[in-house]
Ligand binder design. Structure first.
Ligand code: SF4
Length: 330
């Protein structure tokens, strides 16, 4: 099916905040303590939006950030969505996941909790995530499993941690994860600013890829290794050919096209879910956006402000009449 055939999004990826307890070197949202996006939704607005997403029958909602568990109404939002019929995925760094949070989440239709393990040793993990504790992240993984929730792990490779990828895979297996997600480091956000320091070499990537191929075969049926598309460029090239069915919601309620693209195409503060979905579909098909996607895929250069890479530009800059209404010439 094509994107235009879906009456509602297949999924919503909702960044609840850009605030975070950490300031990781590779963070694609440039999150840090106290670094909220201006105008983030209030509790009332977030709960109301959760109700609308559930009423729109979006089957699957991913809550992410920033660190979503830092949002005071995180659990209430998850509960509104879960009790409204949405499957949930929670992305967290695991540093502050509590027993109470795990217990309340486990009452909901949780498809998975995803925790990042960017190293198999405390020094390597702490180098990517200054001030964070691998022990705490592992403890959060155990908490998730102890409450019967499916666990996913992510591993973001950089020049200094890529050699530990095999040990992270073993760790994920020992923790009872069902999936590990990885791929090339994305030159987005803080990673883009620190690119020369973080970027693995071609040789490192070749070795990493061989390791992943080998482990994928060995671990088939026990741990799913997901690393395709391998790079954001490949991912965007695929999206240019077949736009995704995922609504990408920013902390202030605007809808963006995707990470790595700087266009905001709708605003759920003022538009209904169906209006935002129609605008999102049209925007992906617009010639200007498709040219931008092609350029990113071809040149590996991400669009937007290099310092504030998520300073989303209203697509109204490209559409003379404001956000897409469905009447534009594609
Ligand atoms: S990568 Fe995740 S945990 Fe690290 S600063 Fe960004 S949002 Fe926070």
């Amino acid at each position: 099916m094509k994107i235009s055939e879906y009456a509602t999004p297949l999924m919503a990826a909702w960044q609840l905040t850009h605030d975070c307890d950490l300031a990781c070197l590779h963070c694609c949202t440039l999150s840090a303590p106290g670094r909220k996006m201006p105008g983030e939704l209030s509790r009332e607005e977030a709960l109301e939006l959760a109700d609308r997403l559930a009423q729109a029958q979006i089957p699957y909602v991913m809550l992410c950030g920033g660190e979503p568990t830092r949002v005071p109404h995180f659990l209430e939002t998850a509960e509104r969505l879960g009790r409204g019929g949405c499957w949930l995925k929670i992305e967290t760094n695991g540093q502050t996941l509590t027993q109470e949070m795990a217990a309340r989440l486990s009452e909901l239709p949780i498809r998975s909790v995803q925790i990042s393990l960017d190293g198999a040793t405390e020094p390597t993990y702490g180098k990517m995530r200054p001030g964070a504790s691998l022990d705490k992240a592992v403890g959060a993984c155990l908490l998730v499993r102890a409450h019967g929730m499916p666990l996913e792990i992510t591993f973001a490779p950089a020049a200094f941690n890529i050699r530990e990828a095999g040990r992270v895979i073993e760790l994920a297996l020992s923790l009872g994860a069902f999936r590990l997600n990885t791929g090339k480091l994305m030159a987005v956000g803080r990673a883009r600013l620190l690119w020369e320091r973080l970027r693995p070499s071609d040789e490192q990537y070749a070795d990493f890829r061989r390791k992943l191929d080998r482990h994928r075969e060995e671990l088939a049926g026990r741990l799913e290794l997901c690393y395709e598309p391998f790079s954001l460029e490949e991912d965007l090239a695929g999206r240019a050919a077949e736009p995704p069915g995922t609504l990408f919601i920013l902390p202030d309620g605007r809808v963006a096209l995707s990470g790595g693209m700087s266009h905001a195409v709708a605003d759920l503060r003022t538009q209904s879910v169906s209006e935002a979905w129609a605008a999102y579909q049209k925007a992906w098909l617009h010639s200007r956006v498709r040219a931008d996607v092609d350029r990113v895929a071809r040149e590996g250069v991400f669009l937007g402000d290099p310092v504030r890479s998520h300073a989303w530009v209203p697509l109204s800059n490209d559409f003379p009449d404001g956000v897409p209404t469905g009447k534009e010439t594609a």
